[in-house]
Ligand binder design. Structure first.
Ligand code: 1PX
Length: 214
């Protein structure tokens, strides 16, 4: 099915990360979360074996969307305003989790770590040889990023699910961007924006010592 006829293209999904960053180098939560929503839709199309991943991702996006629509919504316009507001009001559990609702900071941190996986994975797909295996690219990207933060059982389930991924060329095709060459070109254009969002967030969280939130 062509893009625009019901199927969706990963080009539009990744474009959300382009619109995230303002001239003042702030990361806007609206487009950031709609980027994640699009990725989760794409994940659904990869089969039920990934439902344990999408459930967790949906839950985290939902927490953030609730903050963005809630009473304090003007504090949740950007990552910068969120960090400032939550820290100033003692809303972030720094050492260990208390009975309080999950803060925006700890929730975004989980998505931020997953964005690093996405960056490595898409770069692996982009630069991979035609006959390279998506499962290997995905496992390598995961081991170099998210796996560090996951217990054994999650790592195991993830590795099993990765084995079901289609070949690199089939994967590039289901991205619905056109030919494999066009998909590779699109990835080359989109990745710098994802790297930018990742870099700004990493710097912000590092500056406020928020990179290890429980
Ligand atoms: C062209 C490529 C597009 C592919 C789209 C794929 C979208 C993937 C979305 C992944 C979002 C994962 C969020 C994980 C957040 C997390 O680390 N959560 C853990 C910690 O949370 P907690 O609240 O307890 O501190 C939680 O334990 C995680 C559980 C679920 C397992 C996460 C496995 C992540 C694997 C990532 C890649 C999967 C998709 C591969 C498809 C190509």
């Amino acid at each position: 099915m062509a893009a625009g006829q019901g199927a969706f293209s990963l080009r539009e999904v990744l474009a959300a990360f382009q619109t995230c960053v303002t001239e003042r180098r702030e990361v806007l939560l609206g487009p950031y979360l709609s980027g994640w929503r699009g990725l989760i839709r794409f994940l659904h199309s990869l089969g039920a074996i990934f439902s344990f991943v999408s459930k967790d991702a949906v839950a985290k996006v939902q927490i953030m969307e609730n903050y963005c629509r809630g009473e304090q919504r003007e504090k949740y316009v950007s990552l910068q305003s969120m960090v400032e507001y939550e820290l100033a009001n003692g809303l972030v559990d720094i050492q260990k989790r208390s009975g309080r609702p999950d803060s925006g900071c700890r929730t975004v941190l989980r998505l931020h770590r997953a964005l690093r996986w996405l960056q490595l994975f898409l770069e692996g797909l982009r630069t991979g040889r035609e006959d390279s295996r998506t499962s290997v690219i995905c496992t390598d990207s995961y081991n170099a990023s998210l796996a560090t933060y996951h217990p054994w059982v999650v790592r195991k389930a993830a590795t099993v699910a990765f084995c079901t991924l289609p070949s690199r060329n089939a994967f590039l095709e289901i991205m619905n961007v056109g030919t494999t060459e066009e998909a590779v070109t699109m990835l080359g254009e989109a990745l710098p924006y994802i790297c930018d969002v990742y870099g700004i967030t990493q710097e912000l969280f590092a500056r406020h010592k928020l990179l290890d939130l429980p």
